[in-house]
Design a protein around this ligand. Sequence first.
Ligand SMILES: [Zn+2]
Ligand SMILES: [Zn+2]
Length: 249
Amino acid sequence: MADRPLKKFKADLHIHSCLSPCGDWDMSPKRIIQKSQEAGLDLIAICDHNTIENAGVAMREGKKQGVQVLPGMEVCSKEEVHILALFEELDPARQMQAYVYANLPGENKPEVFGCQVVANENDEVIAENPRLLIGATRLGLHDIVEKTHELGGLSLCCHVDRPAYGIINQLGFIPADLALDGVEVSRHVKLTDAHKTVAGIEKFSCITTSDAHFLADIGKVWTVFQMAEPTIAEIRKSLLQQGGRRILV
Ligand SMILES: [Zn+2]
Ligand SMILES: [Zn+2]
């Protein structure tokens, strides 16, 4: 049987919402979708710090506007390394969130770190999250990767080129037994140059994302996936370069 035809998907798999304390008020799920559509993105992931509570609204809004939205999270490990956990459905993402919340100490101080707003599809505030979302969890990197995989998700180390919360700066290297699906470089590094300029990522597939905290940052950089459909299974195949799936650079 012939394989399904492959298409190009313009993707930004790391966008914060107004639920991240550092995320702008304007980053409501509804406006993120509008801006993503204007930027011609086919696929995005909402990845707030240590939480997925704005992902469901964004997924529903994305469906209306023709933007595929994955629920994700930027987890902060006890080593103070940021790591993306990407899922297909809300249910495993919620289970990941429960695991993270159980290991996330502290309370937010909005006046110091910023507000953490859960919004609905009409841009109304539903709640403020009281947890210290910007904080580090008690979870080691290996625990986070293992749990993400157990729940069917993908695990990528964030902004590996950056000093703050990037694994190479924090640990000096990527542990050989860390079962990452790939790494992300920040918008400060061109995807075409990533393997040449960032030491230590040679054996990993690499994506770039906006890591947007402001609407204006959405669409500044993106990754093009050549795959059959915008799903976690197909992204995984693209990262592994299986069946013609790949990342176009
Ligand atoms: Zn980060
Ligand atoms: Zn981020």
